[in-house]
Write a protein that binds this ligand. Sequence first.
Ligand code: BTN
Length: 248
Amino acid sequence: MTWPTGYGKRVLPEVDSTLDEAARIVGELQGPEWILALRQTKGRARRGRDWKDPKGNFAATLVIRPEGPASQVALRSFVASLAVYDACESLTGRSEGLALKWPNDVLLNGGKLAGILLESVGQGTGVSHLSIGIGVNLMETPMKEWLEPGAVWPVSLLSETGIQVAPEDFLEALAAAFARYEEQFATYGFEPIRTAWLARAAKLGEVITARTATSETEGTFETVDASGNLVLNTAKGRISIPAADVYF
Ligand SMILES: O=C(O)CCCC[C@@H]1SC[C@@H]2NC(=O)N[C@@H]21
């Protein structure tokens, strides 16, 4: 695996959260930087939840300084989930059972293998960075008492494939895949990313439920639109949803 040109890397034995570390070091960065932690003590997940990170799992944040409007910047979550999918595929030699769950989870055999959390980091007027936090259950799955009701059951790469991958090796594969998709995004825009994402999507064409803090919408998962919204065909017509948790 070749490390992508222009990307930096730091490996920390332990940190609170790689997202917090990203916020601390962003001012000193000259270019995109991967921060890998072999252990996180205060990992964060979407919607203010904790991310439990047993030893041997993958926890990293990529800090980039993306061009373009905020709406385009957020589409990096699709770039990142595709990269995680490809890294898993290249390291295990198979794609059976791998799928992407909107907006940015990676599933394996129907269970949650990986999650992604995007945070933008401001650094003075007009300068902003994006931190892409990625957690992958390489070795272990969080205990079930840490799970919310209705959440997709967690699985690990090891439990599902019998293949043991070290976090450092996962980073090599992930960084290469991310750089490839990022290049594609920069050159051709979101469309090829959207197409590649949809080709790997879980439950496309099936009935799913999208839940926010205030609403619940059930409908057939029709597509993801050019803005990255989830498009559902519901009893009330076609609805596009910018942010929600999805339940199958
Ligand atoms: O599924 C989710 O809700 C997103 C989970 C994101 C977890 C990763 S682990 C590396 C990075 N540091 C954190 O504190 N969180 C993200």
